[in-house]
Design a protein around this ligand. Sequence first.
Ligand code: C2G
Length: 133
Amino acid sequence: MAGTTVITFGTFDVFHVGHVRVLNRAAEFGDRLLVGVSSDQLNQAKKGRRPVFTQDERMEIISNVKSVHGVFLEESLELKRQYVEEHGADILVMGDDWSGKFDHLNDICKVVYLPRTPSVSTTAIIEHITTIA
Ligand code: C2G
C-alpha cells in the first residue's frame, strides 16, 4: 500500500483522553494508523486483572476513533515483529512507558516513543469510581 503506515499497540481499557491523544499523535507520523488492541488474555497475563471492557468492545471503540484506519487483536507481546511485517508498518509508535523496549525492531521499522499524558490512567479512573460509588 502506498503511503506511510503507522502501527501502535495498547489495551485502551476505559478509554480516556490519554488514549485519544496518543492515537492522534501517532496518526500524524503517517498516512494510515493501525492499532493492535491487546486481547483479554494478554491483559490478564500482563496486568493480573481482566479489563473492564472486553476485547471486542475495546476494538469497536478504537475502530471508531477518527484517526484510526484499522484494528486487529494483539495476542502476545512477543509477536510485535510479526505484526509489523504482516501489516507492512513503516513506523511503530508507543507511549514512553515502553521506552527502549522495542528498539530491536529498528531493523524493520522506525520506532518512536511518545510522552504519556500526565495525571490520567485507567487504574486511577477505576479507583476514583470505586471511591465515589
Ligand atoms: N497512554 C498515554 N497517556 C496516558 C495513558 C496511556 O499516552 N495517560 C498511552 C500508552 O502509553 C499507550 C496507550 O496509551 O501507548 C495505551 O495504553 P495502555 O492501554 O495502558 O497500553 P498497555 O496496556 O501498556 O499496552 O504491546 C504493548 C501493549 O499492548 C501496550
